[in-house]
Design a protein around this ligand. Sequence first.
Ligand code: HDE
Length: 714
Amino acid sequence: MKLYNIEYLNMKKEKNVKTIEIDQRSVDNHQKVMTTNDGVPMYDNNNTLKAGERGPSLQQDHIYFDKLMHFDRERIPERVVHARGSGAHGIFEATADLSQYTTAAFLKKGTVTPLFTRFSTVAGFKGSTDLARDVRGFSVKFYTEAGNYDLVGNNIPVFFIQDAMNFPDLVHAVKPEPNNEMPQAASAHDTFWDFISLMPESAHMIMWTMSDRAIPRSLRMMEGFGVHTFKFVNAQGKGTFVKFHWKPRLGVHSVAWNEAQKISGFDADFHRRDLWEAIEKGDFPQWDLGVQLIPEEDELKYSFDILDATKIIPEELIPVQIVGTMTLNRNPENFFAETEQIAFDPGRLVPGIDVTDDPLLQGRIFSYMDTQNYRLGGPNFHELPINRPVNGKHNNQKDGFARMDIPTGAVSYFPNSKAEGCPYHAMLNGEVGFESHKQPLNGTKVRARSESFADHFSQARLFFTSQSPEEQDHIVNALSFELSKVNDVNIRKRQLAILNQIDKDLAKKVGANLGLEPEKELDPLTLKFARQNHPKYPIKPKKPEVDQSPALSMKVKADEGTIKTRKVAFLIDNGASKASIDKMKAALESEGSQAVLIAAQVGKIRFKEGSEQEIQHSYLTEASVCYDAFYTPGGDSVMTLATNPDYLQFINEGYRHCKALAFANDAEQLAARSFIEKDKGVIFESKDNLTQDFINVMKGHRVWEREKSRKVPS
Ligand code: HDE
C-alpha cells in the first residue's frame, strides 16, 4: 500500500520544505525601481497630480488612488481572542516509536517536520502589553507530509468552562467592558469575576491564572498543553486517548506581579522581543513534546472525566513520555504575512489523530474555520503562503475571493471520467486518507452536562496544595489584587465562598485582604447557576487518585536549573574595572548567559585600566525588571554609582524581585546605601565565591524566600 505520494524534504535548520516555499514568495526591493501595483515604474512618489503647482488634485491620478486604495484597506479584523501574538518558524523531530498507537506520519521516529508556532495572550487587543496576567496561547502548525496538523493549545492545561456554548459569554466577561471599553488586557474587573463567581467549573483554571503561570518570564520558558484529551488511531483502527504536553528545555519560569506591571510600562513588547532576539542570536528555543496515553478501556476509570477540559491527568498518575523535540529556528520575514495571517484550527487533523467527545473541543471545530473565513476575507485563506500545506492541495473547490491557485482543465467535480477520476479519494486506490476513528455512537438528543463533570474543586485544591509556600502566597496576592479591583462586594463574597470550597486557608487569607469572612457554603446565586447543569449540585466527589502533584509547581529543583540565555545587567560607569567585568562576563558566557553593560549614558565609557568601550544601554532606557540578575563590578565607578539614584533603584528593585545580585570587592559598600540585606542571593566577592555562587543562585531562578521581608518600597 502506498503511504503518501509525495517527495518529502527532511531538511533541518532554517531551510526546510516550508521555508523554501516561503522564501520563493518573498520580495526583495533592493536596487529595484518603485512601481505601481501593476509593475509600472513610478516617476514621482512625492506629489499628487494637480492642475497647476498650487492647484487642486486631479481625478485621473490613478497612481495616487492605487497607493491610497491599498493603504485604506491595510487593517483586517484582529483575532476575537488571542489578538496579540508572536510567532516563529521551526522544526519538529520525532524521537520515539509510536507506531503501536498512531499512524501519524510526522510522529514516526526520525521524521523532521517544518512548523510555525504562535504564542499569544488571550484578552488584550493586538497592541496590548505582553505581560498581562493571562493565559498564553501555544499554537503549532505542523506542515506534515500528510497535510497540516494544528495543535492549538495553551500554556495552562485546563480551561475556564466545560462546554463551548459558554465561550462567547466568557470572552465577553473578560474583555474590556462594552460601555467604556475598559480595562485593557486585564481580568481584574467586575464583569469577569461576576461571570467566574457564577461558574464554579472555572475554579481549577482560576487557580492557574492567579498563579505565576499567567505571567511567564519568557515565551521560551513556558509549558504548552493540548488541554483536551485527543485520540491516537493506529493502523488497525484502534484508538488510544492522548494528552499533549510541551516541556521547555529552559525550564518553566515566571516574573513577579509587581515586575509584570512595571515591564508593561518599560517594554510592552518584552516577550515578543525576547523571542525574536533569542532566535536572531541562534539561541533557538526548544520544547520536548510529551504524551500521556490512556487506553480506551480506561476511559471511565478515573475520579474525573478525561473528556472534561477543566481537569488534568496528574503526571504522577500517568507519566508524560517524550516523543520528539520542537526547535524554533527562524523569525518571520513579515509579521503580517506570517504571524497575523496564519490560520489555526484544532479541526485540522491528520491520519492517526482524531478528536474526542469533549464538548469544549467539539465546539472549537466550528469556530476556528468560521473565524478565519471572516478574518482573512474568504474561503481561500488556505492558499496564503503561511497556511499552504507542503504536500499540495488537490480538490474540486473553486473560485471565491482572492483565489491564488490556478487549477487547470475543464473538470471540477467528482466522480468524473473526463479527468480519469482525479483528484481521486484515497479509498479508491487503497491509499491512506483521513478517516474518523470508528467510534460507536448512541444517545438521546439532549442539551445537558454529564454528572461526571460536576466535581469542580478537587483538582483546584490539588493545584493549590501542590504549590510551594511562595507560590501559594502569590496566588493569595493575585486573588486579593483582582478582587480588590472588583467594585461589587457581592461578587467578591461569591468568589470568596468558591475559594473556601477549594482551600479554607486560601479563602481566609484572601478574605483578610478584602475585609471579608468567607462564607461556609456557596452563594445561593452560584448554586442556582451550577444547578442548571447539575440539578443535584453539589455532588459528592470521588476520591482523587493523587493528593499531591509536584509536577504542578514551578519551583526549580536543586541542580536542575540553567542560566542559558538569561540577561545579566552589569551596572557600570566611567572608571569601572575592566578586569572585574571580564572575569564575571567570561564565567556567565561559559554558561550561555548574556552580560549587558549599562551606564549613566550611551556612548563611550573609559575603564579604570584606560581602554574605552561603546555602551548601548543606559539607566535612562533600561529597567531593572527587564534583567535576571545584577553585577556591580569594582573600580572607580563605585564613587559615582553611590550617588546615582537610577543605579540604586536598579539594585533595590532587583533585590525586591528576589534576583541574584553580585558585588565585586570595591562595590560591596554600595549595598549598604540600598535596602539590600545580605542573604544567599546577595553575593559579595569578599565573602563568597563570586562567579560560582552568583551562577548557582541564578540557576534557582529567584530567591523567593526573600519576599517575606518586603522591605523595599520600590
Ligand atoms: Fe480558542 N479561539 N476557542 N481556545 N484559541 C481562537 O480563533 C474558541 C480554546 C486558542 O495563534 C479563535 O483564529 C472557542 C481552548 C489559541 O491564531 C476562535 C473555544 C484553547 C488561539 C477561538 C475556544 C484555545 C485561539 C480566535 C471554546 C486551548 C490562538 C481567533 C469552545 C486548548 C490561535 C482564531 C492563533 C483562538 C474559539 C477555547 C486556544 C474564535 C469557540 C480550550 C491558542 O476561533
